[in-house]
Design a protein around this ligand. Structure first.
Ligand SMILES: *Cc1c(COP(=O)(O)O)cnc(C)c1O
Length: 396
């Protein structure tokens, strides 16, 4: 018998909600018009895009004209960072954190290569930011750009984005936040958070892959990343991806309505998983800030074993988890997020992320708690490493 699939890798991507797929279907079929066309058929499609824009705006507690549809959060992040830098010219300083997604880190490094000053703020051992450090980096800057994620994809640590945005605004900087992992778990209230820009990705909260949005507050200036037609108010050229935009709108509507109950349910399951692992597996430590953490995320370091080995063994049992982020996997280097937190070398290679979603069940948590402890025990028995080991030989 095929092992069942227990999908605990929802920070990498989520299953598209059936309601979302259903809402999208007509736009693959008879409702195929171009929303920019002048005829009534196009107008009808334009109305669907407007309705989706209203739903996404409502999700951000923002105005519809503050929403720019994109192909993914990577595009949203690039647009916000590189588009603002291009608008400002050469004088800007870019300030971000060492634990951002590559979609923020790499644009920052490109800016550095182009001669901009680029600073990656460190985090402490719980993955927390020092806002005084942000304040001091902003001193004397002109046209600075700050990009600080709302919640971390690997550890679930939630940053004080409202405070950070206020500090940046006070210094006259532009503030962007990668809100991909916060979407659907933390209310993205842009009336309460004075950020200029925020990125989200559909496939991280039950819309399909290949659609995202950028919130850009009224009056925010940036050079478009995509040049061409006048779509999205001249901020992102290219014919609207109508079915996916409709899907993103639906996903926002569902996530907003379900958030409170879902968060409670997810946190209870996540806490049960955490307690179960701590009770059955010796030499484990939880990575991240236990006080400010997404309700669906658990990152655990299993000391003296390689995370990849755990991923493969769990995979044989049908359980999907990850080491670090999907975008960084494929390389055996330990995660930049875990390294930035100064996790001890005995644990750095053994960090595993469990991330739950609306479709995770209690039975799946039970199944994982049954399969995991013998795997950890088995790998430890094979491991040449353990307490008292020679650190220079660990981790290859
Ligand atoms: C997944 C992810 C992204 C990239 O989103 P895509 O839509 O896949 O480009 C960016 N930032 C964070 C924090 C993510 O988790």
């Amino acid at each position: 018998m095929e092992p069942k699939t227990v999908y605990l890798d929802n920070n990498a991507t989520t299953r598209t909600a059936p309601e979302v797929t259903e809402a999208m279907m007509p736009y693959f079929g008879e409702l195929y018009g171009n929303p920019s066309s002048m005829h009534a058929f196009g107008g009808r499609i334009g109305k669907a895009v407007s309705e989706a824009r209203e739903k996404v705006a409502d999700f951000f507690n923002a105005h519809p004209e503050e929403i720019v549809f994109t192909s993914c959060a990577t595009e949203s992040d690039n647009t916000a960072i590189r588009g603002t830098a291009e608008y400002f010219g050469k004088t800007s300083k870019f300030i971000t954190t060492a634990v951002e997604h590559p979609a923020v880190l790499q644009p920052g490094r490109r800016l550095r290569a182009m001669g901009h000053e680029c600073v990656e703020l460190p985090v402490d051992s719980l993955g927390r930011l020092d806002l005084d450090r942000l304040r001091s980096e902003l001193k004397g800057t002109k046209n600075a750009i700050v990009s600080i994620m709302w919640a971390n994809n690997e550890t679930g640590t939630v940053f004080p984005v409202a405070e950070a945005a206020a500090i940046a605004k006070e210094a006259g900087a532009i503030f962007h936040t990668d809100a991909v992992q916060a979407a659907g778990k933390i209310p993205l209230d842009m009336q309460a958070v004075p950020a200029d820009m925020a990125s989200i990705s559909g496939h991280k909260f039950h819309a399909p892959k290949g659609v995202g949005a950028l919130f850009a507050r009224r009056g925010t200036r940036f050079k478009p990343f995509m040049l061409g037609g006048h779509q999205e108010g001249g901020r992102r050229a290219g014919t609207d991806n109508v079915p996916y935009i409709v899907g993103l709108g639906k996903a926002c509507e569902i996530a907003k309505a379900a958030m409170e109950d879902e968060n409670r349910r997810l946190a209870a399951m996540r806490d049960r998983l955490e307690k179960g692992i701590l009770a059955t597996c010796p030499d484990v430590r939880v990575n991240g800030d236990p006080e400010h953490r997404l309700p669906n995320t658990l990152n655990v370091a299993f000391e003296y074993i390689e995370g990849e080995a755990i991923v493969y063994r769990l995979s044989d049992e049908g359980i999907c988890v990850s080491t670090g982020s999907a975008c960084a996997s494929g390389s055996l280097d330990p995660s930049h997020v875990i390294r930035a937190m100064g996790v001890p070398f005995t644990a750095v290679h053994g960090s595993i992320r469990f991330s739950l979603s609306r479709y995770t069940t209690d039975a799946e948590i039970d199944y994982t708690l049954e399969k995991l402890p013998p795997i950890v025990k088995g790998l430890r028995a094979l491991s040449p490493f353990g307490p008292g080991m020679d650190p220079t030989t660990f981790g290859g």
